[in-house]
Design a protein around this ligand. Sequence first.
Ligand SMILES: Cc1cc2nc3c(=O)[nH]c(=O)nc-3n(C[C@H](O)[C@H](O)[C@H](O)COP(=O)(O)OP(=O)(O)OC[C@H]3O[C@@H](n4cnc5c(N)ncnc54)[C@H](O)[C@@H]3O)c2cc1C
Length: 456
Amino acid sequence: MKTVIVGAGPAGLFCAYELAKVGAKVVVVDSGSSTERRKCPMKKMGYCVKCNPCNLIHGVGGAGLFSDGKLNLDPRIGGDMLQFMKEDEAQRLIEYIDRIFRENGAQGDRNVIDSRADELMRKAKMAGVKFIPIVQRHIGSDMLPGVIESLKSYLEALGVKFVLNTEVDDIEVHNGSLEGVVAGKSIIKGDFVVVATGRGGAQWLAKKCMQLGIPTQHQPLDVGVRVEVPAEIMKEVTDAFWDPKFYIQTGQYDDFVRTFCTCPYGFVISESYNSFICTNGHSMVSLKSENTNFALLVRVALTHPVENTTEYGESIARIASTIGGGRPVLQRLGDLKAGRRSTWERIKRSYVKPTFTYVTPGDISMVLPGRIMTDVKEGLEMLNKVIPGVAEDSTLLYAPEIKFHALRVNVSRHMETPVKNLFAVGDGAGVSRGIVGAALSGIVAAREIARRCRHG
Ligand SMILES: Cc1cc2nc3c(=O)[nH]c(=O)nc-3n(C[C@H](O)[C@H](O)[C@H](O)COP(=O)(O)OP(=O)(O)OC[C@H]3O[C@@H](n4cnc5c(N)ncnc54)[C@H](O)[C@@H]3O)c2cc1C
């Protein structure tokens, strides 16, 4: 029996790995090519940063394996896997994923939860902040391409066929029976189809779900800023936890704010979409800056009459692009507090040198809605009690940083949609929000497919 996997990101690759290991016949189709990163227009420093071509059209490795490569080795992070399985089972699968990464050359350090976590938790509690100690491994954006190549070669040696530069247009279902997928004029037949199209393919998947009568639902959005501070300020914390997770409940609005994607000694970058531009961050093994950056994000859920969080996030991003003249807006925290815009002169006088300069110095309170601005300012002040210095006047804020999340596709605990033998996994199906979660969902689908192949 043959499985067609659409998408070669972490979800698709790990699904293929698990199936190929037991001798199943697998075809992986991806709209990108494995050499896409060499064509990346931002490849000025010998590595791939995440710009539009990398975010939305990927190729083998998807968004995840062209990223910073922070592996969150905890089932609570990166999409709640505990809605599909018990914690011990999820943790076993996570260790398995980490092992596969290591076998394919991922060498970054893995932190341990020790007395430093207790101390940080105590300090955070005293400031009204929650610190979530998690185990992580940081691979580095410069190391990932080698890991991807290794994994791909291994899969090919096991007989997995990669069909690249091929966009899947449709899923073939006749009288309720799945037949395969359509790519251009050809049909790729399959007994099972696993859709692993990531965030870039989320809208396409949502449309297909509507056509096939598969229920979906909107998920919350995360909106905020990318914060940049001198690396020394966060050194004590980031030496122990590469990407520390702080959760904050704000005073005025009782909103949920969190730190996300901390990049010690890293670089701020842009994330371009068709009609707007957002910010992000990454860090490398071979090249380090003097700063640390992280996202400070406010969780936004919408209810009646408007539930479409993606549309809301996009409208914020479009305002930001208008104010910034097509670039993200950069402001010193001191200028924000003083109610004045930042200028290049003011930023140059500051002792934090921005690692990203394709920005417009300005006023981020003209960009983000008032409630989100209040949450960001409160969040930074509370965080300052745990990490003194993060809310200094010289701290740099880049806006907007937005984490869009795909519509959540209605899938079973095996990741199967209501259409028999059609599975939806990874970020595109809204079941994960990170490399490990995506990989895990791919493995779950693969194990169920393998079971059905064995038992007919
Ligand atoms: C800038 C950035 C940094 C990140 N850093 C981290 C990090 O450090 N740690 C972490 O855990 N997560 C990180 N993430 C998130 C992580 O990349 C994703 O969670 C993960 O890649 C999702 O995996 P996926 O397989 O579901 O989708 P993707 O990785 O998005 O892969 C989907 C694949 O499907 C293909 N595709 C889409 N539509 C079609 C179609 N119609 N036909 C054929 N192929 C199609 C795409 O070309 C792509 O290759 C980062 C994301 C970004 C954007």
